[in-house]
Design a protein around this ligand. Sequence first.
Ligand SMILES: Cc1cc2nc3c(=O)[nH]c(=O)nc-3n(C[C@H](O)[C@H](O)[C@H](O)COP(=O)(O)OP(=O)(O)OC[C@H]3O[C@@H](n4cnc5c(N)ncnc54)[C@H](O)[C@@H]3O)c2cc1C
Length: 231
Amino acid sequence: MLSKIAIHCVNSEYPPSDSYEHLLEWVKERLDENFYSILKFTKVYSPLIPYHRVASHRKYVEVLKKKWPRNFILLGDSMCTFNPQFGQGMTHACRQAKILNRIFQDNHYQLEEVSYIYNRRASTISEECWLISTANDWKTPTLKVIQTDENGQSRTDQRDDQSIVTENEQMKPPLIVRILQWYIYWFLQCANQSGQLSVDIMCVINQLNSPFILLKPTTLLKVCCKALRKN
Ligand SMILES: Cc1cc2nc3c(=O)[nH]c(=O)nc-3n(C[C@H](O)[C@H](O)[C@H](O)COP(=O)(O)OP(=O)(O)OC[C@H]3O[C@@H](n4cnc5c(N)ncnc54)[C@H](O)[C@@H]3O)c2cc1C
């Protein structure tokens, strides 16, 4: 079986990438022994490729509404870049391209309206992927957040005490993110024992299904029961 193996890290702690032997030692010391066994019996066919620029970056194009420049659009990573750990970016770009295609096929909009209509629709796709991706980013103890407003004024905040508990309001996860983190945690506990729920979450991460399938009444009930029983 040919496969691609990725090791995701937080807090700028990276595994060695100079040799596979060093990587194996690092995995043996730090990760569950199952990971070590898998890697030990893996035959490597390509060089190890480190990537240390993990960041999520979004332009809230929809906020500008009709002030957005006409005949100009952003698509894919230029509108929204995600932490690559969930592999969302290519599908996100293709879904936005599909939306743009549909707008032109509909053929009842003035050319100057296209960017405004596209921004509204395309940003809902970004929002869906963004919430899933950043719900995890918000758990990073050394998280850094840079916000730029409509006037180009930037503000940077960083958790510097290695703790996600902070007095800085800017560094507290928004309510929707906290709910998502809670729900996804308990959902995954249920998915551990359910093939269907495991498939459901993979379909959402891979954007084959809407995130709303994770909120089916029966699923919602299972997740809440699991959280209440805490086992
Ligand atoms: C390490 C890593 C792993 C990833 N893994 C996955 C994955 O498993 N699955 C997944 O779906 N996504 C993954 N992604 C995300 C995915 O690669 C991107 O979201 C996707 O490539 C975005 O496509 P794009 O066309 O918007 O941008 P890009 O693919 O970046 O294309 C933009 C192109 O424009 C060119 N360009 C830039 N500036 C100029 C200029 N001034 N003039 C001319 N050309 C220019 C660039 O060279 C580039 O070729 C990963 C990303 C990273 C970093």
